[in-house]
Design a protein around this ligand. Sequence first.
Ligand code: FES
Ligand SMILES: [Fe+2]
Length: 441
Amino acid sequence: MLRENIADLSKFVQPDRVRKEVYTDPAVFELEMERIHERVWIYCGHESQVRNPGAYYTVQIGRQPMFMVRGTDGKVSVLYNRCPHRGAMICADRHGNTGEFFRCSYHAWTFQHDGTLRNIPMMESGYAGTRWGRDNPDCNIKRAARVESYRGFVFASLAQDGPGLAEFLGAARIAFDDMCDRAPAGEVEVVPNCFRVIQNSNWKIFLENQLDALHPSVTHQSTGRAARDVEVQIEKRTGKAPLSYHMLSAFSTVTIDKWDNFQTINYPYGHCILTGYMGLRPQDPDTLEYERVLAKAYGEKRKEEILTTDIHHVLLYPGLSVQSPLQQLRAVRPLGVDKTLTEIWHFRLKGAPEPIYRRALAYYNLVNSPATLINADDLENFWKCHQGLSSDGGDWVSFHRHFGSDVEKGGAVESAPGKGTSEAPMRNQMKAWAQFMSEER
Ligand code: FES
Ligand SMILES: [Fe+2]
């Protein structure tokens, strides 16, 4: 029914432009949930969110309410948040600890941490002779078809088949390597809790913005200039401006031609890396102490390799934007064709000195939190784009910037030298989108 309603999708996506309906048609959205979000690997959360047996954390995958839970054996399962009896949600709280087992609040069916039925009140007398009973797998809470984790980051796929997680992530898994390697202990732990933002715009508009190197010096210019004014005043008064102001004022000094020196590397399945180091290696005592701890853990040579990893941002299609040098990520949860939830998570480098965490936290609050002007600048654009695309003012979205100049290299597509503001990441995302959407199973 749905499929017949949608015009031939191949006409919606061309290498250099995309039809507006891709962003605004509710039928397209439903098909996206079916063929993309409820099929490919979606980020659920970090293992440290469910540290102890019985700990659970709810998460939305496509249209499905799910939760991840730690078993007594230490294994993390991802289950549908639905009781097999009459359908009540098992976990109503966003997160918590269920103790030794789950107990449905409606009629007290109980389940093991992996979803297996444990008991039904008066099961023998109540269900004798029916098809319902311990041996019927339908009496268990349904599990995600596949669950895998990479360096502590848990993903689930609701489809039985498809590439494994490592193959799906491909070279873009460097997002997690870069984040974890920067920790002297080689791993990170989540900072509870995350920020949640609901945007009144399509989920793809957010993702396209993540590696859009063209927009920061325009969109965030006013914020950068305001921060610069205050920075200068403080500097005059005290002789030294705090780093936090510099984090914001940088948006007014890095102009488009400088962003062109960055590069995007685009991979299969829509993933992409934006290179460019953020100058987070000042020579202050805190950084020097961190470098000393890191060298002790890894040796001098490896420490240098880790600290010079040239990554600004990694996009893992279709739902994750990772800023590994600052230990943060944003998970995208589409709620409707014009409504998108983003979860903004922050992580702590295990074994790193406290001031390094404080600095990353300051950036998290200043640049990516709902309170910051930077985020507000972006959100306004997203909303404006969705409004404009819903109008009859035009049929196409343009991704022509530096189209034709991208360089194919070893299975990836790179923006050409000096053309870092190429719209190659958007073209790559839509190429993957069209591929996913055409796969009927
Ligand atoms: S709905 Fe869960 S026990 Fe009845
Ligand atoms: Fe932005």
